[in-house]
Design a protein around this ligand. Structure first.
Ligand SMILES: N[C@@H](CCC(=O)NCCCC(=O)O)C(=O)O
Length: 252
């Protein structure tokens, strides 16, 4: 039996109706990279029965999304109202993250998911990294094709002695970059695992968490089987989910 990994949905409008939706590449990465059984979690916010859900799952994978974490969660006003938001997703993932960390449920987070983790645990974001002095523009170029948008955009330096270095075995990798927001104040208890050439935090783990946590600003799910680094990251996450499932099913 494979571990069950939930993938919280985004709110997307198709025609006149809102949907709970998750992109194929994230769900595929849970299967192809982590060898786990994915289940899409509807973004029901406070209606969600966390107790029932945590009794069934062995890991959580927080996806990227074009929408932004609402800045009121880190005491700011929305600077650019033209950018998409997803309050239902915020109201689902932020408490989910705090409870998962407390319980030691393995957590893997990508892009928006990385930003959600930082905010959920008390950190803040730059709402427009490109407007911050000394920072690069980390956004994708929409005029390019998908392979170029998700192609290598910059390098990240991997911090020595952390989880990411242990998983990857190297100190620098090339990554893609499709985000306009980024870590400003790092939440208490987070350990920086990688930084971009401009110093922006690109990966962290939760030093104080009893379970596996790895959050990255880039997109390892993109064509995951073609990227050995991504396969190692998702493989480590899957191994943590297998260990968590084994412990959950045979408590000492
Ligand atoms: N909206 C946030 C997060 C960006 C993000 O998750 N981009 C990926 C969107 C497409 C995909 O899921 O691959 C920001 O702009 O920083």
């Amino acid at each position: 039996m494979r571990p069950i990994v939930i993938v919280p949905a985004c709110t997307r409008d198709f025609g006149e109706h809102p949907y709970h939706a998750a992109q194929y590449k994230y769900v595929d990465a849970v299967v192809l990279g982590a060898d786990c059984a994915p289940m899409i979690l509807p973004s029901l916010g406070s209606v969600l029965d966390l107790e029932t859900m945590f009794g069934l799952i062995d890991g959580i994978m927080l996806t990227g999304s074009a929408s932004n974490v609402h800045p009121s969660y880190y005491s700011q006003e929305v600077l650019d109202p033209s950018l998409p938001q997803d309050r239902a997703r915020d109201e689902t993932t932020l408490p989910l993250i705090r409870e998962a960390v407390r319980r030691g449920v393995p957590l893997m987070a990508i892009c928006r998911g990385f930003q959600e983790m930082n905010v959920a645990l008390g950190g803040s974001l730059h709402q427009a990294v490109q407007h911050v002095a000394g920072k690069m523009d980390h956004r994708e170029k929409p005029e390019l094709g998908m392979d170029e948008q998700y192609g290598d955009a910059h390098k990240v330096e991997i911090c020595p002695g952390g989880r990411l270095e242990r998983v990857l075995g190297v100190r620098e990798i090339p990554v893609n970059s499709l985000h306009g927001q980024g870590v400003n104040e790092l939440a208490p208890g987070l350990r920086v695992e990688a930084t971009a050439e401009d110093g922006l935090v690109e990966a962290f783990s939760v030093e104080t968490a009893p379970g596996f946590t790895l959050a990255v600003q880039w997109h390892p799910e993109w064509r995951i089987t073609h990227n050995p680094y991504s396969m190692k990251m998702f493989g480590a996450f899957g191994d943590a989910c297998r260990a968590y499932r084994a412990a959950r099913r045979s408590p000492t």
